[in-house]
Design a protein around this ligand. Structure first.
Ligand code: PNW
Length: 449
């Protein structure tokens, strides 16, 4: 299985995590509260009232965790930086102990021969900024640019690959649209300014990183992309329009401004007027479309869409279930590796030369507890194969990061979903590599010249 897959020697093999999901130490060393620290206290917000207060206790187990990564043979490790660890109030006073932690992590990774690949924002907005309106207000974009400059000044001499935002679509829709993630606001389509302000923040962060980091630094964003599919029994003109509307909201709303410098016309689907009521100001799109060194793509599964049963009810599409009997992960997500090939080939077809090199910045699955995770090996093998097929079809994919290195705090699902190559016992903090860890280690080793 593994020996069938040969990638170029410089293809980057990685694993991903995020600060709130693994670090714990939620109130240590001067860290300010984030919206997740607040949200997890809301009754019913997270299954069984789980919180990330301790999580994998990675904040205190950095050396052990980097040793695991070294054993795995990773080329790169994608982690996220907690904004409120660095700037407890989101802006103003810098907390040096917060920066010290990431400084030590970067050095430990470099010592282990692993490329540190930090993400500046993986959903843990400083609560102080949420109190001022969060990503619904334009100021948050400027605060994000300032935060990027602070981090670049401290880590920019050593970090060569940066990611600005993680999945602005999921943060907008789950956090501000439906309210199932922090900050728990259910604004539905009124949450659209969250897209623009995150993208503006991204553009300002790109400028800050280019100014403050090493000249050879690369800057990426990690977008959650999902190929949109119709059910075989749903192929009317109304179904196709619904699928286009969903694609515009999930994929093009974030990829078009970054790569083409313009927003999709959401008004064509009754979603919003093109100016978004003054949210999009002159020259914002120039900032947002600053050239990227790569597009990060987080892929889990396609989305099936039908025409809305009740067009007056709000959204111009309905989410549907596929008719095919796909294998399901423990999260009940369908396993569809060819969706990743379809997605990547579609990005190339749609954006052409405007598409920079692509990096799979997340891909993986939740499976039942236990170390004999054959199902995860099948998932990963299928999706790595899907990347190989996209490369054969001319898509310039440079790296693959699996989600996740460790079992961790899976947002609204708490510790009920396990995505790790390494099992974590959340009582004892014991780490136990799974069969998939050994499989991934062998895959990476087999690529070495
Ligand atoms: C991503 N969806 O979130 C995040 O970047 C990770 O932090 C998370 O742990 C991982 O995927 C697994 O969930 C997503 O419903 C959340 O389409 C929801 C969706 C996709 C990605």
């Amino acid at each position: 299985m593994t020996d069938l897959l040969r990638f170029p020697a410089d293809f980057v093999w990685g694993a991903s995590t995020a600060a709130y999901q693994i670090e714990g130490a939620a109130e240590e060393d001067g860290k300010g509260p984030s919206i997740w620290d607040t949200f997890v206290r809301r009754p019913g917000a997270v299954r069984d009232g789980h919180t990330g207060a301790v999580a994998c206790d990675h904040y205190h187990r950095l050396d052990e965790d980097v040793a695991l990564m070294r054993r795995l043979g990773l080329d790169a490790y994608r982690f996220s930086i907690s904004w409120p660890r660095v700037l407890p109030a989101g802006a103003g006073r810098v907390e040096p102990r917060g920066l010290d932690f990431y400084d030590r992590l970067v050095d430990a990774l470099l010592d282990a021969g692993i490329e540190p690949t930090p993400t500046l924002f993986h959903w843990d907005l400083p609560q102080a900024l949420e109190d001022e309106g969060g990503w619904m207000v334009r100021d948050t974009a400027y605060r994000f640019g300032e935060y990027a400059a602070v981090v670049a000044e401290r880590l920019g001499d050593r970090v060569r690959r940066w990611i600005t935002l993680n999945e602005p679509f999921v943060h907008m829709s789950f956090g501000y649209g439906f309210g199932v993630h922090a900050p728990g606001r259910a604004l539905m389509l009124d949450a659209l300014p969250v897209a623009h302000h995150q993208l503006l923040g991204h553009g300002l962060a790109v400028a800050a990183l280019r100014a403050g980091a090493r000249p050879d630094a690369q800057v990426l964003i990690a977008n959650n992309c999902s190929p949109v599919r119709l059910r075989a029994d749903a192929a009317s003109a109304a179904d196709r329009l619904a699928a286009d509307a969903y694609d515009a909201l999930h994929n093009r709303l974030f990829n078009d401004p970054l790569l083409l410098g313009r927003y999709p016309d959401l008004s064509a689907y009754g979603l919003a007027d093109p100016s978004w009521g003054g949210v999009v100001q002159d020259d914002d799109l120039k900032v947002i479309a600053a050239p990227l060194d790569g597009l990060g793509v987080n892929y889990y599964n396609p989305t099936w869409i039908t025409a809305p049963a009740d067009p007056a009810a709000g959204l111009p599409f309905d989410l549907a279930e596929p008719q095919e009997a796909y294998r399901r992960t423990a999260f009940d997500w369908p396993v569809v590796p060819d969706g990743l090939t379809e997605l990547l080939v579609g990005l190339k077809a749609g954006y052409g030369d405007a598409l920079p090199p692509v990096w799979i910045t997340e891909n993986g699955c939740s499976e039942p507890a236990g170390v004999d995770d054959r199902a995860r090996i099948d998932y990963l093998a299928g999706h790595v194969g899907a990347v190989a097929r996209a490369r054969e079809q001319g898509v310039d994919v440079r790296g693959y990061f699996t989600w996740s290195l460790l079992d961790n705090f899976e947002w609204a699902e708490g510790y009920h979903q396990r995505f790790g190559l390494v099992e974590v016992d959340f009582e004892t903090q014991t780490r136990t590599p799974r069969a998939s860890f050994e499989w991934y280690r062998a895959l990476i080793a087999a690529q070495r010249p």
